[in-house]
Design a protein around this ligand. Structure first.
Ligand SMILES: [Zn+2]
Length: 382
């Protein structure tokens, strides 16, 4: 199939809103290509090869655990991408009781800032050999998780000014009371400090991420939380934030990355990190499931990064999650499964057996992390 035809199919597919209908369309169009050639093209033409692959993966009766028969040979995933890798220097220019201004134009409203449990030290685990008994201890924020407030939305229109301001303020009060995030970006792109950067915010719940070095479990203490006053549009690629909010997120992200030396690969969305330990599925929360504007926020598109929940701890995903995400996250999911297969093969184990071992390890790590958090809560209460 010619690259031009590939492009035309891809373009048409993008216009189909419903992800399942889109996959069905792709399956139909790609049926003309022979399977071996198409899988070979998976390497040469990642975008279209990937949608074909996912069309197979998502066909009725597919089970993630039996995918090894139908997938192409594994390839080594890349964790970090060059775009967004360098951190621009940003510094504090002015600070009053109420506001901070920064050299890149960022302005933070501090009037509603509140403290919470102190971050102090949090455990991380060596990625190459996760050992619940051998944590390393860190104290600085290691990354950023982006959220949506999922709160009421009125049209962004001058005639709605009163309602926009009233709702924005109500949401700010709510997230402040509940220590939900470190920062809140309202509909006008105003940045409010909520929980102090030195403290824990309750933004990420059960969650997992990894960088090149270590694995993070439950990111409330290790990652900063930034919430956009918006709602996630499930299965969409278009960002559900307005340009003022995207600009605010960009300058805020630049400042935080500069201050804490945060790698772009550790700037991710809640949907990418959220897990449910009860059923061992990823994506318990699905905010920013597929339409976070990574590039406009000055980052690399981290939807292509494999979630550590899958390759380090044996989590799986179901069609409900795939339905909630945009196509951009599918590459990361596929890469994570590739990596799981590589690791299982290296140990001479069937995937199901290897996955059970990873899950057992996760339970041990989770227990260790919860013990640290409980100690921190007791400390804060006394
Ligand atoms: Zn969230």
């Amino acid at each position: 199939m010619s690259p031009i035809l590939h492009k035309s199919i891809e373009r048409k597919a993008r216009r189909i809103d419903d992800p399942i209908a889109r996959l069905q369309y792709l399956k139909r169009r790609m049926a003309t290509a022979s399977a071996p050639a198409a899988l070979w093209n998976y390497r040469k033409l990642p975008a279209i090869g990937l949608v074909l692959l996912l069309a197979i993966v998502l066909s009725p009766g597919y089970k993630a655990s039996s995918a090894e028969q139908s997938l192409p040979p594994p390839r080594i995933p890349h964790i970090s991408a060059p775009a967004g890798a360098s951190v621009a220097k940003v510094w504090l220019v002015d600070k009053s009781n109420d506001f901070e201004t920064y050299s890149n134009g960022l302005r933070i409203d501090d009037r509603y800032a509140i403290s919470n449990q102190s971050r102090l030290f949090y455990p991380v685990y060596k990625r190459s050999a996760v050992d619940p008994d051998q944590p390393e201890w860190r104290s600085e924020p290691a990354g950023i998780v982006y959220h949506t407030t999922e709160s009421d939305q009125v049209p962004f229109d001058q005639g709605q000014n009163g309602a926009l301001k009233r709702i924005g303020h109500q949401v700010l009060s709510y997230v402040r009371q509940n220590h939900c995030y470190h920062f809140f970006i309202d509909r006008f792109g105003q940045v409010f400090r909520v929980v102090e950067e030195s403290d824990v915010a309750f933004h990420a719940g059960n969650s997992i991420w990894a960088d090149d070095q270590v694995v993070y479990v439950n990111l409330n203490s290790s990652f900063l939380g930034i919430a956009f006053e918006t709602q996630t549009q499930r299965g969409q690629d278009l960002a559900s934030a307005n340009p003022a909010q995207v600009h605010a997120a960009r300058v805020l992200t630049e400042m935080l990355r500069s201050k804490y030396n945060i790698p772009a690969a550790n700037c991710v969305t809640h949907a990418q990190v959220s897990v449910n330990p009860d059923n061992m599925l990823v994506g318990y929360h699905t905010d920013w499931a597929g339409n976070f504007p990574f590039l406009d926020v000055g980052l690399s598109d981290n939807y292509g990064a494999p979630p550590a929940s899958i390759y380090a701890f044996g989590f799986e995903y179901d069609p409900v999650f795939v339905h909630a995400t945009g196509v951009r996250m599918w590459e990361g999911l596929t890469l994570a499964e590739d990596q799981l297969r590589i690791q299982a093969a290296a140990r001479g184990l069937p995937i199901s057996k290897y996955r059970s071992l990873l899950r057992k390890k996760y339970k041990e790590v989770l227990a260790a992390v919860k013990a640290v958090n409980e100690a921190r809560e007791n400390d804060h209460a006394t």
